[in-house]
Design a protein around this ligand. Structure first.
Ligand code: CP3
Length: 344
């Protein structure tokens, strides 16, 4: 039997001499080959729904860098689109969607089980990747966590403070809860289908978890993820799940136990020493180099990369950035980070 892949060992709780490594947004605008394929597809959404080209951009960083994992090329906002929301991207600004302000906006949406036809090209991308990825590379699927996706669906765009979602939560709790419940169910459907199409690991991105305070964090970040993970584990007990409650701070502690996640992905708001002591004690952690090192490089990058590897050495760890790589990053700095992790 082939040796277990390095990421799967980490997710099973094994400490390794050299941690496996991949990078959020590893297929993206900092790579000239990505920009070329995106131009060929026409725009970002056309690229996401073109299975051949989406598989091609997913493979680009694997060919260039030999990462241990490959993340499906798609977006967290494809699920609201599959539920019937309008979605488009304004170049240089970001996503735009239809908004949810009233119960009648909500009633226009589809049921959780009705998303698969729209998302069929995404499942096809995973099947292509299952055939084309190198044997040792782990294929990761993903979805947004309900709170983060809800912030975009309610506001119709990205917002600095997730204000419209917070407002709806207070002013029309029943409607807000209905949106959250629909997203929770639809996410189970979506990730289950991704696993059936070949995803070996799945990750939940709760990019705006940090703006939930007190009980709201438990109710709207932790609890929906706990439900999704329980439902996925019932259907696919052997598929590891990574949770990324970005901005959770001290609430990273206990998050894996409370949700059933196999790994907690850390942003760069916590020190690796603190996280080794308080989060890694419960299992695998992923992270957490500041993305800006991919722009600035040099001695600082090498020192911080070594620091993180050293701090997490005693337990299961997957090396990654604390958030996605940015378009202004220098591709050479990515290689420097990898070389440093693997022995430099
Ligand atoms: O990590 C990966 O490489 C996998 C693919 C992936 C993308 N988006 C591709 C993408 C993943 C996992 C995401 C997640 C995502 N999408 C999140 C959560 C993670 C995070 O970054 O916090 C969020 C909030 C979104 C929504 C989204 N998509 C926004 C706000 C934007 C515009 C901002 C931007 O960076 O331009 C996107 C666009 C997007 N998603 C791009 C990529 C490669 C850039 C699109 C382009 O080519 O112009």
């Amino acid at each position: 039997m082939a040796e277990k892949k390095s990421i799967l060992k980490a997710l099973a709780g094994e400490a390794q001499e050299v941690p496996p490594i991949w990078m959020m947004r590893q297929a993206g605008r900092y790579l000239p080959e990505y920009r070329a394929t995106r131009a060929k597809a026409g725009d970002f959404l056309s690229l996401c729904y073109n299975s051949e080209l989406a598989a091609e951009v997913t493979l680009q960083p694997i060919r260039r860098y030999d990462f241990d994992a490959s993340i499906l090329f798609a977006d967290i906002l494809l699920l609201p689109q599959a539920l019937g929301a309008d979605l488009w991207f304004v170049t240089g600004e970001g996503p735009r969607l239809s908004t949810i302000e009233t119960h009648s906006d909500f009633q226009k949406l589809k049921h959780a089980g009705d998303v698969h036809e729209h998302l069929a090209p995404i499942y096809e991308t995973l099947r292509i990747l299952g055939r084309e990825l190198p044997e040792k590379t782990t294929l990761i699927g993903f979805a947004g966590a309900p709170w983060t996706v809800a912030t975009y669906m309610i506001a119709g765009r990205g917002t600095p403070d997730q204000g419209p979602a917070h407002k709806l939560m207070v002013e029309n709790r029943a409607l807000f809860d209905a949106v959250m419940d629909l997203l929770t169910e639809a996410t189970v459907e979506y990730l289950s289908a991704q696993i059936e199409a070949g995803a070996e690991v799945v990750k939940l991105f709760d990019s705006w978890a940090g703006s939930l305070e007190g009980d709201e964090f438990t109710r709207y970040s932790l609890e929906p993820q706990r439900k999704i993970i329980a439902a996925l584990k019932a259907r696919h007990p052997n598929t590891p799940i990574i949770a990324f409650p970005r901005g959770a701070g001290e609430r990273f502690e206990g998050f894996a136990k409370a949700t059933g996640a196999d790994c907690v992905a850390l942003d760069d708001g916590v020190t690796p020493e603190w996280a080794a002591k308080h989060v890694q004690k419960d299992g695998c952690v992923q992270g957490n180099l500041k993305s800006s090192h991919m722009v600035t490089g040099g001695e600082d990058l090498v020192r911080e990369t070594r620091h993180i590897v050293e701090a997490f050495k005693g337990g299961p760890h997957i090396f990654n950035l604390g958030h996605g790589i940015t378009p202004d990053a220098d591709p050479d700095n990515v290689q420097l980070m990898i070389d440093t992790v693997r022995g430099g």
